[in-house]
Design a protein around this ligand. Structure first.
Ligand code: GTP
Ligand code: MG
Length: 344
């Protein structure tokens, strides 16, 4: 699976592949059962009992690919995101003078002063994207994994501060994590606008944001290098901050005593409850494992399970809860009587 793959089962995330070469077991194979030979003893020379192997796990998993980039480009359609990527990187995305030119995310590597950053260009967002308008907010999941957001605003717009705030609202509606990422603002296409107007627009943006602001023209290659340098610096800072945060979390882990049950204790725990039909339900990792390995077609196998129930103390709890020899016991979907029944 490629880096950036996230594996889900139902809604729960099972694993996330972050590093190249990383491996993860998502579904485990079943444990083998003991064969007849295992049950051989001095009194039981030809044991007729054998365990079934457990089945391996089988379920439908959802795989999602999130691009892992340093910088994610966000902004309205036609803001000049793809043009910027094409000018500063090796990527050759489609560029056109209409909204929604980019339909799929593009990745590009930008080099500056001997450093490289990976930039993800995603389709443009519009107001209401978080409710599915336009191409929706689906592509923002790619930006979720980037360290830094480059928020691109078209200087040809009549209200740059309003543009900025509309996109910020969509980011916040998508996730608090996304909204909290470090951001750099780029006012684009400044070759088309008078410098005084650009200066005014920067002032307007300063009123609504504390993020650093760069005025650029991708076509005229103005301000793009300075912007890239800033991005490299912010990406490096953010990576250092995240690494420090992870280290602190690790230190806290070892420093604080955590009392929890051992895996063995958790496994050995069992519960008895009464089903509506009067049968008794026994649950617990270990006992269910035994039940799954039992060959219920074989009375010897079932008797062995009954022995185990006795040894674990389950039988006395069942009796305490009113079970008799004929009571039906249910474990891991298998039903049998508490005591072996003999035909007359
Ligand atoms: N004059 C000028 N035009 C630009 C500049 N950057 C982009 N454009 C033009 O703006 C239009 C939109 O550019 P794109 O890069 O496709 O915009 P986008 O943000 O990727 O758009 P979507 O993919 O639809 O979200 C194109 O016609 C570009 O040629 C610039 O610096 N100067
Ligand atoms: Mg584009």
């Amino acid at each position: 699976m490629p880096v950036g793959t996230v594996v889900y089962r139902g809604g729960a995330m099972l694993t996330e592949l972050i590093e190249s070469g990383q491996r993860a077991v998502v579904a485990s194979g079943g444990a083998g059962g003991f064969g007849n030979f295992h049950f051989k003893s001095s009194v039981r020379q030809t044991p007729r009992v054998a365990e079934l192997g457990e089945k391996g796990e089988k379920f439908v998993a959802q795989l999602e690919l999130k691009m892992v980039a340093d910088v994610g480009l966000v902004g309205f359609p036609n803001a000049g995101k793809s043009t910027f990527l094409s000018v500063v990187s090796n990527a050759r995305p489609e560029i056109a003078n209409y909204a929604f030119t980019t339909l799929r995310p593009n990745l590009g590597v930008a080099d500056i002063d001997g450093e490289s950053i990976l930039i993800a260009d995603i389709p443009g967002l519009i107001e209401g994207a978080s409710q599915g308008k336009g191409l929706g907010d689906d592509f923002l999941r790619h930006v979720e994994r980037t360290s830094v957001i480059l928020h691109m605003i078209d200087s040809m717009s009549s209200d740059v501060a309003d543009d900025y705030q509309k996109i910020r609202r969509e980011l916040a509606a998508y996730s608090a994590d996304l909204a909290a990422k470090p951001e750099v603002i780029a006012l684009t296409k400044i070759d088309t606008i008078d410098d005084e107007i650009v200066a005014m627009q920067i002032d307007e943006l300063r009123k609504v944001s504390d993020s650093p602001i760069y005025a650029i023209s991708s076509s005229a290659h103005r301000g793009t290098k300075e912007l890239l340098r800033k991005l490299v610096a912010v990406v490096n800072d953010e990576k250092a901050r995240l690494a420090e945060q992870a280290k602190v979390a690790d230190d806290n882990d070892t420093g604080r005593p955590i009392i929890k049950l051992s895996q063995e204790q958790v496994d050995n725990t069992w519960w008895v409850s009464k089903n509506d039909d009067g049968s008794y339900l026994v649950t617990g990792a270990k006992i269910e494992r035994f039940a799954r390995r039992t060959d219920f077609a074989n009375e010897f196998g079932v008797n062995r399970l009954r022995d185990i129930l006795g040894k674990l103390g389950v039988t006395s709890e069942l009796t305490k809860q009113g079970a008799t020899g004929e009571s039906i016991i249910e474990i891991a979907g298998h039903r049998f009587t508490l005591v072996e029944q003999w035909d007359d």
